[in-house]
Design a protein around this ligand. Structure first.
Ligand code: CP
Length: 309
């Protein structure tokens, strides 16, 4: 039976750990994977803008000898003429072996997955989920900290619309002894369903605070996020909230020496560029890791391994 990745909960912890191990092996021995996807085609259907996700999927497939087709905006395809997600996916299935889809509407990749016989990867659906970003975050934390358990994880910024935060909470809640510090303005708190269905349901300790300065000394991971302009109904609210948190070298003075700063990117103002040279700033290493973990994921969903090549 074909396997899709729509939410991070489609993968068991064992499967995630295995993907991370393969991702690390790819990082160390890329030459072993050069032909793994020869004659395979990835369809990238991006109905929403993307730099990292689309290009890392593309680079991942090309680095394994595969090829890529698709569109980078709905306006460049027959979606502009009113074609449905299901029909678009069924069409691409005629030309590709696996699909990565980003869509502004929650659930669109799920609809695609249920209409085709090839694997579908959710590359971000509205404010809902972004599981390959989560895999990227997890491999980065594992590489930087040497573990995925016993961590205090601070999520800061737009925790309401930030789909990467929802997926990260869902994933990290399955590891031992994780505590979350949720740092946001009142209007951008984590949605109630994430608290009740994931955190409360699994007895995961968390606190909700508004001050980054007060939270920062206790964190092992600081996961910064951008205020999601495109999901606001009202521009005045966005303008009022967009600069709620700006991480600067001064703010890092009270952070642990081995804390790591992650950000799914793109950033707007929430991390000063002066932070980039701090060894704790892991966000561009995180981008690179996104390619390795997507290579591991594509191989898994296509049932391929380096041993078979
Ligand atoms: N992190 C992420 O999803 O970045 P892009 O929107 O550039 O793909």
């Amino acid at each position: 039976m074909k396997k899709d990745l729509i939410t991070i909960s489609d993968l068991t912890v064992e499967e995630i750990d295995q993907l991370i191990e393969v991702g690390k092996d790819i990082k160390d021995h890329p030459q072993d994977y050069q032909e793994v996807c020869a004659h395979k085609i990835l369809g990238t259907l991006f109905y929403e803008p993307s730099t990292r996700t689309r290009l890392s999927f593309t680079s991942a497939m090309m680095s394994m000898g595969g090829q890529v087709l698709g569109f980078s905006s709905a306006g460049n395809s027959s979606v502009a003429k009113g074609e449905s997600v299901a029909d678009t996916a069924k069409t691409v299935e005629c030309f590709a072996d696996i699909i990565a889809m980003r869509h502004p509407k929650e659930g669109a990749p799920y609809v695609a997955a249920h209409n085709v016989d090839i694997p579908v990867i959710n590359a971000g659906d509205g404010g809902h989920h972004h599981p390959t970003q989560t895999l990227t975050d997890l491999i980065t934390i594992s590489l930087e900290m040497g573990r995925l358990d016993n961590l205090v994880v601070g999520c800061c910024g737009d925790l309401k619309f930030g789909r990467t935060v929802h997926s990260l909470i869902m994933a990290m809640s399955r590891y031992a002894n994780i505590k979350f510090v949720l740092i946001s303005p009142d209007e951008l708190k984590v949605p109630e369903n994430v608290k009740t269905e994931i955190l409360d349901a699994n007895g995961i300790p968390y606190e909700e605070v508004s001050s980054l300065d007060e939270a920062i000394p206790k964190l092992d991971i600081l996961y910064m996020t951008r205020v999601q302009k495109e999901r606001f109904f009202n521009e005045a609210d966005y303008l009022r909230l967009k600069d709620s948190y700006i991480l600067t070298p001064h703010k890092l003075k009270n952070a642990k020496e081995d804390m790591r700063i992650l950000h799914p990117l793109p950033r707007v103002n929430e991390i000063s560029t002066a932070v980039d040279k701090d060894p704790r700033a892991a966000y561009f290493r995180q981008v690179q890791n996104g390619k390795y973990i997507r290579m591991a994921l594509i191989m898994k969903l296509l049932g391929l391994s380096k041993e078979a090549h």
